[in-house]
Design a protein around this ligand. Structure first.
Ligand code: GCB
Length: 608
């Protein structure tokens, strides 16, 4: 599915803004469907409040019932389409809505989508009224079940001595708040009736002869007799390669490669434009940003353009005050500025696919992405066929959305599943195998919190990713044992698997402004001690088989209420408002020295 981009043949109309909103708090949460709230304007069937789109609805109001709501929430708004666009194909596209969404246009169902973090769209020409007001209604349900990704359960509390009649709660299997609503852009866009439906690009580089190969496949829907022109255009606007077939390979001589910004500070993240023009009865033009680069994994290295890449990074959440998980350009800009300030060259989209607008910045700024699916907290009870089929579907939607992004250098299919159980084996063999089949050009992994002695699924991955909380969830208050435990653990993994290793989580909960000398858990001093003990351990393995470190977490983030969380998870090196805790300076010094240091015979020589 191509991201909507304006061109001489395509127009985009935003439907973002204030929508009307109401939760369906009826006991069975089904009143909206029983009364067909979609068959007229929402305001005619009950009271509505204004709700920002994109945003999560949870933290926008002062109402706890809305913040903690579980069930169907309803949105609607009015819009117009012009006569001109009626001659085109008109598509209604949602960047994402969490979790399950049903969309109606003028009271008729247009599309439904299962899954909270990926785009969906529908051709809506047949549903539109030209020269009249149209309305779109969206019902969004945030209920997580054993077969959703992430999975969850609903507990019905039937003991009426303790709970009122019909009382139920949502149980989560993940450590972040289940923000809900229309999280990303809603847009109408037009294409000609015959149109470019999909473009797939992979690149290879012939280093000896300094040639880049852009392999592409184009899918056209409609009349197939049109003429295609494919151009690779460089930053100066010059066309450097052309093609005319729907599938082919274009040669770019002396290519400017896409590099992470730390590997080529002077010319990072070089993007070409693949311009595809389709001329038939009508013209369609689509411009896709592409990067020429190649990713490989050996038994001990992660190579980008044949040079060893060391990931000095963070894990993140798409999370902020007020907007929850709603797309926010100021936040995206701030986060990338902060990532650069910290010297971060890589992040994992823990624990779900982030907005396309975030990945755009990663492509443009040269920050490597480990693209993670929403497969977080999958337990044994979730390894059934229905879950598996949904997981495969999610991987295919994710691949289809992000496949052309040079910044995406690895897929992570899951975070901390119960990979030590027997039924995890066929499940992950299938999910990882399927992802590799979709995309043979990128490594595939999942993050593992089991151990070398009991995990059963690391056998399928290309890079071992492990989450380790020495000094926090074990030996709390004892950072002095971290180095020993990291070293022992690394060597055990290494004895079993001849694969590169990346520490995909480590960290310590830290309440900003809390100090204690000597340090104690939750103080800023303690976070520094924990991180620096890990750093010293890592330094003994960098350049050998360790290919990266990701701190949990870039910033504090919201979780469900729970006696172990103080208004959310506080393992950020930044506060939720993106202000640095003391550890941010430690990380900044370490990460900046990693790419600023000159050739000195260690792994840093990998950097250009
Ligand atoms: C983990 C999870 C992450 C949690 C983190 C923690 O292992 O992957 O989602 O937030 O630990 O802070 O406990």
């Amino acid at each position: 599915m191509l991201y909507p981009r304006g061109s001489e043949s395509r127009q985009i109309q935003s439907l973002d803004g204030m929508w009307n909103f109401r939760i369906d708090a009826s006991p069975n949460r089904n009143l909206g469907f029983e009364q067909k709230w979609y068959s007229g304007r929402l305001s005619t069937t009950g009271p509505v409040i204004p709700m920002a789109v994109p945003s999560s609805y949870n933290d926008v109001t002062e109402d706890k019932n809305i913040r903690d709501f579980v069930g169907w929430a309803w949105y609607d708004r009015e819009f117009f389409v012009s006569n001109v666009s009626q001659n085109r194909r008109i598509v209604l596209r949602f960047g994402s809505a969490h979790y399950y969404a049903i969309v109606y246009v003028n009271g008729i169902e247009a599309v439904r989508h299962d899954g909270g973090h990926l785009p969906f769209e529908a051709d809506v020409n047949a549903l539109l009224i030209v020269n009249g007001p149209n309305y779109v209604t969206v019902a969004v349900n945030n209920t997580l079940s054993p077969t959703t990704l992430p999975p969850g359960t609903i507990s019905y509390k039937t003991d009426t001595s303790k709970y009122p009649e019909g009382y139920f709660v949502q149980n989560l299997q993940m450590d972040f708040f289940n923000y809900a609503g229309i999280h990303r852009h809603v847009r109408l866009y037009t294409t000609p009736k015959t149109y470019i439906d999909d473009i797939t690009v992979t690149t290879t580089v012939d280093f000896a002869s300094n040639i880049g190969h852009v392999n592409y496949a184009i899918e056209v829907v409609g009349d197939q007799s049109g003429t295609l022109k494919i151009e690779v255009i460089d930053k100066s606007g010059a066309t450097v390669a052309t093609g005319t077939t729907s599938k082919g390979s274009l040669q770019v001589n002396n290519p400017q490669l896409w590099w992470p910004y730390t590997m080529n500070v002077n010319n990072p993240a070089y993007l070409y434009t693949l311009k595809v023009s389709l001329t038939g009865t009508d013209l369609d033009v689509y411009r896709l940003p592409i990067g020429i680069r190649v990713v490989n994994v050996t038994s001990d290295q992660f190579l980008i353009n044949n040079k060893p890449f060391y990931c000095h990074g963070v894990d993140k959440h798409e999370d902020s005050d007020i907007r929850g998980k709603g797309l926010d350009y100021a936040l995206i800009a701030k986060d990338f500025n902060m990532l650069k300030w910290l010297g971060v060259n890589c992040f994992r989209t823990s624990h779900y696919p982030y907005a396309e607008e975030i990945l755009d910045q990663a492509d443009q700024q040269g920050v490597v992405i480990i693209d993670e699916s929403p497969g977080v907290g999958i337990r044994s009870r979730n390894f059934g066929n229905e879950s598996l089929n949904h997981h495969l579907e999610v991987m295919s939607e994710m691949y289809r959305r992000d496949k052309n992004r040079p910044a995406v250098c690895m897929w992570s299919v899951a975070n901390e599943p119960e990979s030590d159980t027997a039924n995890a084996v066929p499940y992950f063999k299938s999910v990882i195998g399927y992802t590799k089949q979709l995309d043979p050009t990128r490594p595939v992994s999942f993050t593992c919190n089991k151990d070398y002695s009991n995990d059963k699924c690391v056998q399928f991955v290309d890079v071992i990713m492990i989450n380790r909380y020495y000094g926090w969830y074990s030996d709390t208050g004892h950072p002095e044992v971290i180095q020993r435990q990291v070293n022992t653990n690394f060597m055990e993994w290494r004895k079993i698997y001849n694969k590169p290793l990346l520490v995909s989580e480590f960290g310590a909960g830290t309440v900003a402004g809390l100090h204690r000398q000597p340090s104690m858990a939750f103080t800023e001093e303690y976070q520094i001690e924990v991180l620096s003990q890990f750093h010293q351990a890592f330094d003994q393995h960098i350049g050998k088989f360790l290919v990266g470190e990701l701190i949990w977490n870039f910033a504090d983030f919201m979780t469900a209420q729970n006696p172990k969380r103080v208004v959310g998870n506080k393992k950020g090196i930044l506060t939720r408002q993106r202000q640095p805790k003391a550890a941010a300076q430690l990380v900044r010094n370490r990460y900046n020295s990693m790419f600023n240091s000159s050739f000195n015979g260690d792994y840093r020589l990998c950097y250009l």
